[in-house]
Write a protein that binds this ligand. Sequence first.
Ligand code: 4AD
Ligand code: MG
Length: 429
Amino acid sequence: MRKTVAEVLEAKEGEEVELLGWIWNKREHGKLIFVDLRDGTGLVQVAAKAGTTDQESLELLRHLGRESAVKVRGLVARDPRAPFGLEVRCLRAEKISESIGDFPLRKGMGAKALYDLRHLHIRSPKLAALMRIRSNFIWAVHEFFRSRGFVEVHCPTFITAAVEGGATLFEVNYFGRKVYLTQSVQFYQEAAIYALGKVYSVQPSFRAEKSRTPRHLTEFWHVEAEMAHADLETLLRTIEDLVRYAVIRTAELSERELKFLGRKIRVEEVEGPFYRIRYSEALDLLRRKGRELPWGSDFGAEEEKIVSSEFERPVFVTHYPKEAKAFYHKVDQEDRRVTLSADLLAPRGNGEIVGSGVRTDDLEELLQRIRENGLNPEDYAWYIDLRKYGSVPHAGFGMGVERVLKWILDLPSVRVAALFPRTPSRTYP
Ligand code: 4AD
Ligand code: MG
């Protein structure tokens, strides 16, 4: 009869259950004590009163403060007045451990104070529900890749050369040598496709971006994949299928959490085909919206917002100019000013959630692109090596987990989607 809160919410009227949880809130109405009891799975109302609950337990519940840990035994009762239409009528309560002093979270606290107390704030049933949805999303991502024959790989975090440009590298003192934290595992995945064909990974990436925006973390979780023998069309279709599957599946898996949060995932935003426009068309669109940008410059948050607001479903912006993209992007043979690259922008002004492209697979061309970008080929020796032995056309992408969650859950910032967010000003707790 020991049950989780989630199981209790499904239990039958009159069933006797035992719960292990924490007192999230307590209300006393005369002789009645209502406890909002939470565990890892949800929140349920426990009602204690003389007659049903034994005297010792009543006194205990009256005395215990917020976040004290308790064991409760009681009977399940349907009651339309209770949250979720159900409560547990307490027969007996036992203390597991008592909170020492007042629990420091209070209503109306500001964001900074709450992030300072993140180690306690994550107990809030709302945040816990968000973290369960995040877990479901990652699960869905794994399901997708496994069903498509991708092999999961785990790549190093310490690296010696930039993937996404030097400006956003975090330096680490590695036994007196300078190394960096990875910005993307792409290069390792490019090595791995020659061993495994199609690979993916889910791991953190690091960016020393001082930008304090609702879209940037210094440490974010990155879903990346790389495919041998893939062209731009295969790449775009794979990304589209992944995003569609993961969003719809997350909604399915998270029904209870979404109901608890009073939120909906707008699955209609991913059901239809995603839009595709070229960089040059996006420039025209921006010009029509009053934003003039010279050809070749990359889009910032503002430009992405304007473009993505024009579409009710995600939109791929493809064929970015060479100068707007990293050296590894393959140049389009039909128009050598542009690359076979694509960013996926999420609707409602959410902006970029996926960065992707076909890779330069020719040795000479890669060397030339490295030099053009003012980089030293020696720093990329092993990466260049990959073009010497059976090089094939290949493509891949990276998707920011917190960016997708911000979009589908309508969060004010990517920070909310991280258990312990890392930003330029925050490495604690
Ligand atoms: O567009 P990015 O920089 O692409 C790459 O890193 C490629 N090497 C990936 C690949 O092809 N394997 O980053 C990919 C995605 C972005 O679209 C965004 O969703 C997320 O990573 N991202 C961030 N998310 C949160 N905070 C940041 N500072 C982010 N920087 C990138
Ligand atoms: Mg990008």
